[in-house]
Design a protein around this ligand. Structure first.
Ligand code: CMP
Length: 687
């Protein structure tokens, strides 16, 4: 048959003829042969008939012949009929040897990308069947197999899958399902950097990769690999610097520069914060600027450098900010005063002042950088509190206002900001955890201004709350969602900005409950709610609705009855919106229609992340499960979308007691101990 012995002389003769010279009889003969080729077995009979008229026979006498080079434009798809070929990649050498029956050269055709490898004949007298690009596109492109696997040294390194045809999808027919980190990066550099703007329906592989690589490829490794792609030497071309070689090497450099540009666009200062990345960018910049072939790229990298030095300067100026957790646990002073948006970002080396208690409720006050690990805090607190135990015998614990205890892992960090609303940090011998009880003050309210909110206009309150929450939301980096989901200790990174934002949610929620059962002014609360929704501050909106649904409030039937029915109806509508059934369908539907700026309901986003994380393995058979990364990135993109336009609100006029309102809303008094709340509720309405 065609496959095993190579086509006989007759067949070869036919396959060398141009299609229009092949007779019906000859086509039939070719068709019969095509039926036996495994590489075509997934194709229908009618497609094989079409192929019979255009498939071409090609033979090469000499081993060592280069069929095509990595980086070349893809012109044909090949099936190896007799002999063998090496697949060679710059910087890696021969990664695979293909044998009789194997096919190659599809990748460049389906992705409209340059050749991903050089193909070198390994034996004399190789026989190939060839389908040229125009025919491939016409006949095969839309019926290609669903998955495409690339191997190196006998192991899968990249698995691509057909993208279900979507309207408006432009460039990519295949997306990455899984792969090794390096191969995915290589594929990305090869195929995804030609277009700067990707449409909403396009394959977001590049963006997904940029948002999530820290999960499977730490920055240090990424930078190393980028460096070797940048300094790609032409060892497989025998060191001969032909003009094509020069072109190819330039292309490699351009891709790395474009990658850097897109990287900074995607995760901003997270790139600059990493010393290895910052150093790498500077190094590349010097090289790019000295290369005449890279003038356009010099402009790009210059922009990146400017951005970086501006960021680092600003960072230098705000070094070592000091945050406080005063006696009552509330990060007061955290955001008081005239803080600018950049200054509200909590950084790993900022100091934080906090208390650590022990079982007898004595405490010590500590000051540490936020990145300090639980172990260090534990040892230091034990020393100050004179607990004479070795570190292994001790635990750092949060005791919540309801008495619940959580033990911190030794390598955990950003502990003080991770405490719940009225939680306290304790250090205790591991065998005495049962002795830890909440401090009496934890049953009361967190520290905050007391104010008669009846004197305040709800419009003013909602306005200032929204501005304030926006700043907190703005400070949260998308990466913090990953750290939070996978565990910050895995990354050795803090999640303080996210912690504070989530804490704010609880603060508002319990402030609402606390205020209502202290004053029972429900009218005011409902109209505040309406304003938050109008400002698209969904985080606060949810918090308020949830506060009003708290059992301590919902049982106040007399109060509810006194409300105008208009308000009650409104509240019922709002409650429907936060209904969690069918995976928060009502909320998702209405949020889907909103345009930025939006302050999203963060707990739901985190739930989505956790759900994706727990339901999907990060690696499958040694390859990164990129489908999971895609899910993660989608949620991170949602956060990005919410703040893709900056918040500008018309201030309510006239400006009433602005500074007073600002300090009031920046730190609400809130009781988060449900037992206390229930008791108070029963006091105002006994039955
Ligand atoms: P293409 O990029 O068109 O040209 C080189 C071909 O080598 C590529 O398509 C694949 O079909 C084939 N190939 C086989 N193994 C690999 C690999 N590990 N990496 C890249 N290409 C490979």
């Amino acid at each position: 048959s065609l496959l095993h012995r190579g086509p006989d002389a007759t067949l070869r003769l036919i396959l060398r003829k141009p299609s229009h010279e092949r007779t019906q009889e000859e086509l039939e003969l070719v068709f019969e042969e095509l039926l036996h080729i495994p590489a075509l077995s997934h194709l229908s009979t009618s497609i094989k008939r079409e192929l019979a008229s255009i498939i071409v026979f090609e033979s090469h006498a000499q081993a060592g012949t280069v069929l095509f080079n990595q980086g070349d434009e893809g012109r044909s798809w090949y099936i190896l009929q007799k002999g063998s070929v090496d697949v060679v990649i710059h910087g890696k050498g021969t990664v695979a040897t293909l044998k009789e029956g194997d096919d190659f050269g599809k990748l460049a055709l389906i992705n409209d990308a340059p050749r991903a490898a050089t193909i070198v004949l390994k034996e004399n007298n190789c026989h190939l069947l060839r389908v040229d690009k125009e025919h491939f596109n016409r006949i095969l492109r839309d019926v290609e197999a669903n998955t495409l696997r690339l191997q190196e040294h006998g192991k899968d390194v990249l698995i691509l899958e057909r993208v279900v045809k979507q309207r408006g999808l432009t460039a990519f027919k295949y997306t990455v399902m899984s792969g090794t980190p390096s191969k995915m990066l290589e594929h990305l550099l090869d195929t995804r950097l030609n277009v700067l703007q990707v449409g909403p329906n396009d394959d977001p592989f590049l963006d997904d990769f940029l948002l999530t690589h820290i999960v499977f490829m730490p920055i240090a490794q990424l930078v190393d690999e980028l460096a070797s792609h940048y300094h790609n030497d032409s060892e497989i071309r025998n060191g001969a610097e032909s003009p094509e070689d020069y072109e190819y090497l330039l292309t490699c450099k351009k891709r790395v520069v474009l990658f850097i540009q897109r990287w900074v666009m995607a995760v901003r200062h997270a790139v600059f914060e990493d010393p290895a990345a910052a150093h790498f960018i500077e190094e590349i910049a010097t090289d790019v600027e000295s290369d005449h072939g890279l003038q356009e790229e010099a402009g790009i990298i210059h922009q990146v450098l400017t951005q970086m030095s501006r960021y680092l300067e600003d960072r230098q100026q705000n070094m070592g900010q000091k945050w406080k957790l005063p006696p009552n646990g509330q990060p007061i002073g955290l955001f008081s005063g005239n803080v600018t948006a950049t200054r509200t970002v909590i950084r790993p080396d900022d100091d934080i002042i906090f208390r650590v208690h022990c079982a007898d409720h004595t405490f010590c006050t500590l000051r540490f950088p936020i990145y300090t690990t639980a172990e260090v805090i534990k040892i230091c607190a034990a020393d100050k509190l004179q607990l004479n135990r070795g570190p292994e015998d001790l635990a750092l614990v949060e005791v919540k206002s309801n008495g619940e205890r959580t033990i911190f892992k030794d390598n955990d960090l950003s502990i003080p900001t991770a405490l719940t609303l009225n939680g306290r940090m304790f250090v205790s011998p591991r065998d005495h955890l049962d002795a830890l009880t909440p401090l009496p003050e934890q049953e009361g309210a967190t520290e905050g201004l007391e104010m008669d909110i009846e004197t305040l206009a709800t419009k003013d309150l909602a306005y200032h709350m929204t501005l304030f929450d926006w700043d907190l939301f703005w400070a949260v980096h998308e990466y913090e969602l990953l750290y939070h989901t996978f565990g910050r200790h895995h990354f050795n990174k803090i999640t303080s900005n996210l912690d504070v934002f989530i804490r704010r949610f609880n603060e508002i929620q319990y402030w609402v409950v606390t205020e209502i059962i202290s004053t029972s002014n429900l009218n005011k609360r409902v109209s505040l709610l309406k304003n938050c929704k109008e400002y698209q501050n969904l985080n606060a909106f949810f918090a308020i609705v949830m506060g009003m649904s708290n059992s301590a409030v919902s049982r106040l039937t007399q109060t509810w009855d006194k409300l105008p029915s208009k308000f009650r109806k409104l509240f019922t509508e709002f409650e429907a919106l936060i209904d969690p059934s069918r995976n928060h369908r009502a909320y998702r539907m209405s949020v889907g229609k909103l345009q930025p700026p939006v302050i999203p309901f963060m707990p739901l986003l985190l739930k989505d992340m956790t759900f994706a994380h727990e339901g999907n393995k990060t690696s499958i058979d040694g390859l990164v499960n990129f489908e999971k990364m895609h899910m993660m990135a989608s949620t991170m993109r949602a956060v990005r979308f919410c703040r893709s336009r900056h918040l500008v609100l018309d201030p309510p006029s006239p400006k009433n007691n602005e500074s007073q309102i600002r300090s009031y809303i920046s730190c609400f008094r809130a009781i988060d101990c449900q037992r206390t709340l229930n008791t108070m509720s029963k006091k105002i309405e006994p039955r």
